[in-house]
Design a protein around this ligand. Structure first.
Ligand code: SF4
Ligand code: SF4
Length: 355
């Protein structure tokens, strides 16, 4: 199973859509490492993703965990302190996700002046030692132009993949007029980006846009998708107190708590919940997977209108990729691109596929 390990609630940035350091009862890891080791030892294929706050603020603890526990490792970081990780540890990661929102002006507007340059410098440095999957992970919000920002990141020659997620504040309380207007331009940007993606395929290149690859894989194989992030299925978060929650972003909500490393076993957690209505009877469930368990459980916060907005972006994405599918299938048949290009991700790598 896949575990997000929150090494700290502190962050060295204060991004506009997140706010940075989260005030919580338990800010730093309090449990003895032995308790974590014995919990994870009951899992035959553990994947541990370091998360926070900003996990690289606790780089010594991170290295101690890697020295103590046998697992596949993922790092989810804002990239500004990546240079603190020693090469020997960098090499051991399967995937590193770096939060970056696109062009310099967009990233710096959300994340702080000079952040873009620090990330790019550190990502290039890390590339010397890290040969796994380097993912640019964007938040798309009111200043983003998904076409330009995703293409910018894909064109840097640093990242293997680009993934994005919509800022959930856009949907809160049904979504503001500004959010609804921006979402129309976002959908238009997706249409352009899908066209550009297919255009590149004609010359044999499959650009690593995770939402496009993941959804196209489902459309090609017709294998029904489960909840893409895996929350409540095979993905859980371990908070600094040792409490286990359904997902890492909302440990403060009681309904998200499902156990603790002291008295719960991984197998007790597996498949403990799944999204209810409106996802359960949605015609797109087989390809969408349910988008976000947290929003599904707390749907009153986005309201019917906010939920409908989320679904309209999913529907648009699926429609655009379905329309492109015959040409993609043709290119596979002709051998211009390989079907294996869509066998991604090989493990749950912190990309929820559906933005
Ligand atoms: S499209 Fe909307 S209702 Fe349908 S499965 Fe996805 S999130 Fe749920
Ligand atoms: S998609 Fe939703 S439920 Fe899944 S990890 Fe993200 S916030 Fe949590």
């Amino acid at each position: 199973m896949h575990y997000h390990l929150l090494l700290t609630q502190r962050c060295n940035l204060a991004c506009s859509y997140c706010g940075g350091t989260r005030e919580a009862e338990h800010m730093e890891v309090e449990y003895p490492l032995e308790a974590l080791r014995s919990f994870i030892a009951k899992d035959s294929e553990p994947v541990i993703a370091f998360y926070g706050g900003e996990p690289t603020l606790r780089v010594e603890l991170m290295e101690e965990v890697m020295d103590t526990i046998k697992a596949t490792y993922i790092l989810h970081t804002n990239g500004t302190l990546l240079h603190r990780i020693k090469p020997g540890y960098l090499r051991r990661f399967h995937t590193i996700l770096i939060s970056i929102d696109g062009r310099r002006e967009v990233t710096d507007a959300y994340r702080g002046r000079g952040v873009y340059d620090r990330i790019i410098r550190n990502a290039r440095l890390a590339r010397r030692h890290f040969h796994g999957d380097l993912i640019a992970r964007m938040v798309a919000s009111l200043r983003s132009d998904i076409y330009r920002d995703a293409l910018h990141l894909a064109g840097l020659g640093i990242f293997d993949h680009v993934h994005w997620q919509l800022d959930f504040e856009l949907f809160w309380d049904g979504g503001s007029e500004a959010a609804r207007e921006w979402l129309r331009s976002y959908n238009a940007g997706i249409t352009r980006l899908v066209r550009r993606w297919v255009e590149e395929m004609r010359s044999g290149r499959v650009l690593g846009f995770v939402p496009f690859i993941g959804v196209t894989r489902t459309l090609l194989t017709r294998e029904p998708a489960k909840l893409r992030c895996g929350a409540g299925v095979d993905f859980f978060a371990i908070s600094p107190s040792g409490e286990i929650t359904l997902c890492p972003v909302t440990p403060e909500y009681g309904f998200m708590r499902v156990g603790s490393i002291f008295d719960t076993s991984p197998e007790e957690l597996r498949n403990c919940t799944s999204p209810g209505e409106p996802c359960a009877s949605c015609d797109l469930l087989w390809v969408c997977g349910g988008r976000c368990l947290f929003i599904n459980l707390a749907k009153e916060w986005v309201g019917e209108q906010g939920y409908a907005l989320i679904c309209s972006t999913v529907r648009h994405l699926v429609n655009e990729l379905s329309a492109a599918l015959p040409e993609i299938e043709g290119l596979i048949e002709e051998g211009v691109i390989s079907k294996e290009a869509f066998d991604y991700p090989e493990i749950n790598n912190d990309c929820e596929v559906i933005p």
